[in-house]
Ligand binder design. Structure first.
Ligand code: SF4
Length: 516
């Protein structure tokens, strides 16, 4: 029998969530480096460079890769010969204690994003607990642990279908991925769960994402003539066909949307073909370790020299510098979709809860805490700062969630432009066009890099909302791209459409999508 101390599991979980908050898995980073090398779309290549530079900065600074430090997901496989001689807590309580310590670590506090009473008061639990724990009792005398921090943007794009047994899984995936937009911050990984029952398929899809990115090895094996299993062949087919959709990094259009496609399957009912799809985003975060009774896990830090030699800096040649403090509606209307801007000066922030409260105040005819006239709003919920930081990692959140509020903000508050990530829906694009406004896109998954552009930050409204409060940021050369302009031109439509067509034309045959 192996004896595992309660404290060893707690300490290991706490270390693991700190570790993955600032270290990308090396397999993901290496694959992203290869994608950067072959990318031909300028906007997509710039976005990948920001994600790579951000990754290295996070690893150096031990600060989160993304401002959404995720919901904690833990997979435990507990050997039947394991004992817990000093345990006073249940497995769920041990894991939660580790998560609590990780997220409240004063050296690198992580953002607490978990809300209790999800269908009601939605109150933040303040320490990111409880974790979502999956455990199995297996043969053996050790405990296998996988810790993953899953961001809301990618989790929200999870899909499930109860297909007919005769339906094509490939067709379903190719029809479904474009409906996911860019809110899952591609380039990432698609996890598929096939078979079992609906809940089993979802769990398989999530679990499949915990395996290393190894598509390049699969491609090499295929090239060498090795026989592939049915699931390997399906992974390869989906990898090539999803990338041929042209969605590209951040949905801007380009050669790489996915770095890998993972699949796990399970026997199913003769009448059924359940299929689940869960994406992993630019902040792919997971770590795998074992406890064998000899103490807590020791997670080796990766070597910084293993990061691809890609260093992003503001593009002063092709980007336009914008002064926010003197910005006018007329100037905003001159921006064209695809323009690269470097923002300077003061902007306001606000996301879901702030928008809801603004709507409530306006409906009651009550004053707002800040004057939005001629201002730009950034959809963000930053991580708390430490040491000499003015703000912690502060990347954009998914703008689509603010679509229902966009017309109200533009027509009732005097706001002139917005910054977020991913695409806008038709309602928001129409409101932007009607008001000659613009929507600017920052790179999701480059939160620490963006935070370096923020020179001061203060809460100016709704302080009780915590990370969802309204801040005023003073920024210097913060990089954004005009994603929707005053004429309603939308790069998230035009970019993927152009790249899909160009890929289909064979223009990039020399740069195989499947290059290892
Ligand atoms: S990279 Fe995008 S989807 Fe992933 S956690 Fe960050 S904001 Fe969310």
């Amino acid at each position: 029998m192996t004896a595992i101390r309660q404290q060893d599991l707690i300490d290991s979980i706490a270390d693991a969530f700190q570790y993955i908050s600032f270290y990308h898995p090396q397999d993901y980073i290496q694959a992203l480096g290869r994608a950067w090398e072959r990318e031909q779309g300028a906007a997509a290549k710039d976005a990948i460079a920001q994600i790579l530079s951000n990754s290295r900065l996070s690893a150096e600074g031990h600060r989160p890769i993304c401002q959404d430090t995720g919901i904690a997901v833990v997979f435990l496989k507990v050997g039947m010969n394991v004992r817990w001689p000093d345990a006073t807590l249940s497995l769920q309580q041990m894991v939660d204690e580790g998560v609590r310590r990780a997220y409240l670590n004063p050296d690198n506090p992580l953002r607490a994003s978990v809300l209790a009473d999800p269908a009601g008061a939605r109150k933040n639990t303040r320490d990111n607990t409880p974790a979502v724990l999956h455990y199995e009792i297996v043969a053996g005398d050790q405990v296998e642990v996988i810790c993953a921090a899953k961001g809301g943007g990618s989790e929200n794009k999870s899909k499930f279908a109860a297909l007919n047994p005769s339906d094509s899984i490939v067709d379903w995936v190719l029809k479904t991925v474009p409906t996911m937009g860019a809110g899952w911050c591609p380039p990432g990984i698609l996890g598929l769960g096939i078979g079992g029952t609906p809940e089993k398929a979802m769990l398989l899809a999530k679990e499949s994402l915990m395996a290393p990115v190894d598509m390049h090895e699969l491609i090499e094996r295929q090239r060498s003539g090795a026989a592939l299993t049915r699931l390997e062949a399906l992974r390869l087919e989906l990898y090539e066909k999803v990338n041929a959709l042209g969605i590209g990094a951040q949905g801007l259009g380009g050669l790489t949307t996915v770095l890998d496609v993972k699949i796990l399957d399970y026997p199913t009912h003769a009448a059924s073909l359940p299929v689940a799809l869960i994406p992993n985003c630019a902040a792919t975060r997971h770590v795998h370790f074992y406890l064998d009774g000899s103490g807590p896990a020791r997670l080796e830090p990766p070597k910084l020299e293993d990061w691809p030699a890609v260093s992003w800096s503001p593009d002063l040649q092709s980007a336009k510098r914008v002064q926010l403090d003197t910005l006018s509606k007329e100037e905003v209307a001159t921006w064209k979709a695809g323009d690269k801007l470097l923002l300077n000066g003061k902007m306001l922030t606000g996301r879901d809860a702030a928008h809801k409260r603004i709507a409530d105040l306006l409906a009651k005819g009550e004053p707002l805490p800040v004057d939005f006239r001629n201002r730009v709003i950034y959809y963000v919920g930053p991580v708390d700062p430490v040491r000499d930081e003015v703000v912690g990692p502060a990347g954009p959140t998914t703008a689509t969630r603010m679509d229902p509020f966009t017309r109200m903000m533009l027509e009732q508050t005097g706001l002139i432009a917005m910054i977020g990530k991913s695409e806008r829906g038709p309602v928001a694009v129409q409101a932007i066009q009607d008001n000659r406004s613009a929507y600017l896109m920052a790179v999701g998954g480059a939160a620490y890099l963006v935070a370096k552009a923020i020179k001061s930050a203060q809460v100016v409204g709704f302080a009780d909302l915590g990370m969802e409060a309204i801040y005023e940021f003073d920024v210097q050369d913060m990089p954004v791209t005009v994603a929707v302009d005053a004429n309603g031109h939308n790069v998230h439509e035009s970019g993927p459409a152009e790249w899909r067509q160009r890929i289909a034309s064979g223009e990039f045959k020399g740069i195989a999508l499947a290059t290892a």
